[in-house]
Structures are given as structure tokens and as C-alpha cells.
Write a protein that binds this ligand. Structure first.
Ligand SMILES: [Mg+2]
Length: 447
């Protein structure tokens, strides 16, 4: 049987094909399994936002990888989680057993599914995918089965203090070729999400920033009306409520925006109130996006399996990296839920590259959030994904295709910040944290 088998294979192949196969087999044969020799953490803020990137170095010269572990509001805590706990666990282990390594890291703390530990695991996980891509000489998306699309259709962040500014901002994205924009409006004297508020603060019983959900909802509805009237029907509109309204307000809001035919309506509810999604589903057809705050399968599994949301918005490093999110994307495909991975400025370019890899290989991709890489970020992270006409293209170099200039990264330490929530010196003392926003009466609201 063996002779017959080999004979028929030889007959089926031309000499040229057989030679080519032999060359490939020789190149790959006996390729030693790389071992993890060292793990380092790069903490840098080239755009003012605190980014944490993990570098896994193998025992093979020049073979290493980078992974995003950015939890910008508590960035300093991810560093020791990697250095003091994951590094001793992983030194000397094979670098090519990615899921096995993920399971080891995930289970070794016993208590799990928290943002600090998940981001630490993500840094290692994404670095191992980078290493495997570099070892094989292919981009990571090839390791995941290859492209089902050429590039990721993205949405940009249009915003303004008043409606005309929002319209102008959206038009600027449309002029650049974007087919999707997220529109956010400020509320006079209040701390609106995704937009600068007016300087004079409304009267309140405290000195912190003020936010009143009902005032915001009324203004946002006027904004959607103006967007549809002035921007037309072709542009796909997204909006982020940022879990800032009550549950009943959320339900009514979802019904009220139904007529504007949004592409998606994000985080109308907080993760603590996810059971309310059933009521939204029963009462309107507004497409719902949810999940950037999720840490755990206990949160996303029921929403996907019960088909209660339309877009899963998970922050890939927050969920533990590429490995769990690839599984999540496939779960979503089986239940008709599309992906819209979180892509703000507090995801490192390595994390954005991981998002794009998932976008390219997932049939159920919906849209990708896009944040422009500033000049300093592109110098530190060489090989960022490239934006053209609203599409984000992967770097075609092996792995993520990104090389980190570590010397330059050191020139952007965690000081100050351009995040509007931490821009003034009073907020800087919060070390990247977001401070507090209150209703007029002083009650703290979710951010
Ligand atoms: Mg959001």
C-alpha cells in the first residue's frame, strides 16, 4: 500500500512541483521550537495616552514578538502583573504553544477575568502570535486562515459642541472617503462624552464636571435629525451612549432613534444591566453594539448566544488577547453577531494590528473603530496599519509587521497626557485615571 501510495503521488506531481515541495520540506524540517528566554514591558505614551506593550524574546537570535496589554487608566499595574507573575511562569517554555500558554496564564492566578490580568495575558498572547508569524514569514492573518476581505471598513470620530460642528466634522470624514462616522454632541456646560463641552459649567451642588442624561438625550435626538437632513441617507451613522443613561431612558432612547436607521447604537446599557437588552430587542430594531468594558465570557456569551446584540465591541487586550477574541468572533459568526473591535487611541498600534488581523479573517466583520496614529506613534511603532479612503490595511510584513523603536519609546514616558479627561494638572495627579463626573445633585455617574 505504501508503495502504491507514494507511486501515485509521484505520478500526480510534475517534476517542478515535486522539487518545490522538497525545497519547502527541507526549509521547515527540524525547525527547532523557540523557547521563551525573556519578557520585557515597554511603557510609552507617544500620543499622550499611556500604552503598555509586552515584548517576548525567544532563544533564537532575532526572534521576538510584541503584544498590546494597554489598560490606560491603570497602566502601571499591568507592568508588574507581567514581570512578577507571567514572566517567571513562562521563561523556558515553548513560544509556539499559544493556546496552551494562554490557558496556563489564565488559570495560574485562580481568580481571573479582571482587566489588569487580562491585559497582561494579552501582551504575552499577541507577542506569541507575532513570533509565530515572524517564524513562518507570514502576517498573522495568514495563520488565522487568510483574508476574507481586502481591508477593514472603518468609522471615524465626528464630534462638536453644537450640531453645526458635528455636521462639519462628519463631512470632513466623508470627504476623506469614510462611509461610516460616529457622531457625538456636547451639552452646554456639561461633560459630554466624545465631545468638548462649553466652558461655562451649569449650576450644581459640587465643583466636579456635571452631566444630566435627559438633557443629553434631547440634544442627541436633534443631532440625529440634523445629520439625516444635512448628510443624507447614504452615510452610516454610529453613536456611543457610553452607558450614561438610566435603564428605562436607554430603552426609550433606543426606540426613539430607530427612525434614523443608525449603523449601530453603542453601550445604551452598562455591563451591570445587560439583562435589559432583552427588552430593547423585543421593542425595536435599532442595531446594538456592546462590549468594550467586557472582561469575561460570562458577559459576552449570553448576549451572543441569545442574539441580543448586533455588534460585539470588545477591547481585545481587555478580554485577554487575540486567542480568546478569535474564538469570540467565530462564536459570533454562528449566531449572526458581527464584530466591531474597540479601536480608540488607548489601544497601541500593535493592538490595532491585532484588530485588523481579526477584521480580515472574520466573515462576520461589521466595522472597525479607527483612531489616527500621530507622527510620534508612527515613529515609535514602525509599520502601523495604513488608512486609505476609510479602509484600514494590514501591514504585509511577517507577524504584526510592526517594529518598536524602544529607544524612542523611552522618550515618551507616562507623564502629563493629552486625554481631555486628564489634560489639566489637577487630573494628571490621577496618573491616567478618569476622575469623576456627577449629576447636578452630586451623584456619581458611570463614564
Ligand atoms: Mg465606546
Amino acid at each position: 500500500m505504501k508503495l502504491i501510495g507514494s507511486g501515485s503521488v509521484a505520478a500526480a506531481l510534475s517534476k517542478k512541483e515535486a522539487n518545490a515541495q522538497e525545497t519547502v520540506a527541507k526549509a521547515a524540517r527540524g525547525m527547532p521550537s523557540p523557547k521563551i528566554q525573556d519578557i520585557q514591558v515597554i511603557a510609552t505614551a507617544p500620543a499622550g495616552l499611556r500604552l503598555v506593550v509586552v515584548k517576548v524574546i525567544t532563544d533564537q537570535p532575532g526572534l521576538y514578538g510584541y503584544g498590546c496589554g494597554t489598560f490606560t487608566q491603570r497602566a502601571d499595574l499591568v507592568v508588574p502583573a507581567v514581570e512578577k507573575y507571567l514572566k517567571p511562569l513562562l521563561i523556558g517554555r515553548p513560544a509556539d504553544r499559544i493556546d496552551d500558554t494562554w490557558q496556563m496564564c489564565y488559570n495560574s492566578s485562580y481568580w481571573r477575568n479582571g482587566p489588569v490580568l487580562n491585559n497582561a495575558i494579552s501582551g504575552v498572547d499577541q507577542a506569541l502570535w507575532d513570533i509565530k508569524g515572524r517564524q513562518c514569514g507570514v502576517p498573522v492573518y495568514q495563520l488565522l486562515g487568510g483574508k476574507v476581505r481586502e481591508a477593514a471598513d472603518c468609522y471615524g470620530h465626528a464630534s462638536g459642541s453644537e450640531i453645526p460642528e458635528v455636521i462639519e466634522s462628519a463631512r470632513a470624514y466623508m470627504a476623506k472617503g469614510f462611509r461610516h462616522v460616529r457622531v457625538q454632541i456636547g451639552v452646554s456646560g456639561m461633560a459630554g462624552y466624545g465631545s468638548r463641552g462649553a466652558a461655562a459649567k451649569v449650576e450644581a451642588l459640587h465643583n466636579d464636571p456635571v452631566y444630566e442624561p435627559a438633557v443629553y438625550i434631547r440634544k442627541a435626538l436633534k443631532m440625529f435629525e440634523a445629520c439625516r437632513t444635512q448628510l443624507g441617507e447614504e452615510i452610516e451613522l454610529c453613536h456611543d451612549v457610553h452607558e450614561r443613561v438610566t435603564t428605562t431612558q436607554a430603552l426609550q432612547f433606543c426606540k426613539d432613534v430607530e427612525k434614523f436607521k443608525l449603523f449601530f447604537f453603542e453601550d445604551p446599557l452598562s455591563p451591570e444591566d445587560i439583562q435589559w437588552f432583552r427588552l430593547i430587542r423585543q421593542q425595536c430594531t435599532t442595531p446594538i453594539a456592546m462590549g468594550e468594558l467586557f472582561n469575561s465570557p460570562h458577559e459576552w456569551n449570553p448576549l451572543i448566544a441569545e442574539r441580543l446584540i448586533d455588534y460585539i465591541r470588545v477591547h481585545v487586550s481587555q478580554a485577554g488577547g487575540l486567542t480568546p477574541c478569535r474564538k469570540m468572533a467565530i462564536l459570533g459568526e454562528l449566531f449572526g453577531v458581527r464584530t466591531a473591535w474597540h479601536g480608540p487611541g488607548d489601544v497601541s498600534p500593535v493592538g490595532h494590528a491585532a484588530n485588523v488581523a481579526l477584521d480580515l479573517v472574520s466573515y462576520n466583520f461589521g466595522v472597525q473603530e479607527y483612531s489616527e496614529f500621530n507622527a510620534a506613534s508612527q515613529e515609535v511603532f514602525q509599520g502601523c496599519p495604513v488608512m486609505k479612503n476609510g479602509f484600514l490595511f494590514a501591514n504585509e510584513a511577517p507577524g504584526w509587521g510592526i517594529e518598536v523603536n524602544e529607544t524612542l519609546a523611552e522618550k515618551y514616558p507616562f507623564t502629563g497626557g493629552v486625554n481631555p479627561r486628564s489634560q489639566n494638572s489637577e487630573r494628571n495627579k490621577l496618573n491616567g485615571g478618569w476622575g469623576v463626573i456627577r449629576r447636578r445633585d452630586g451623584a456619581v455617574i458611570k463614564q
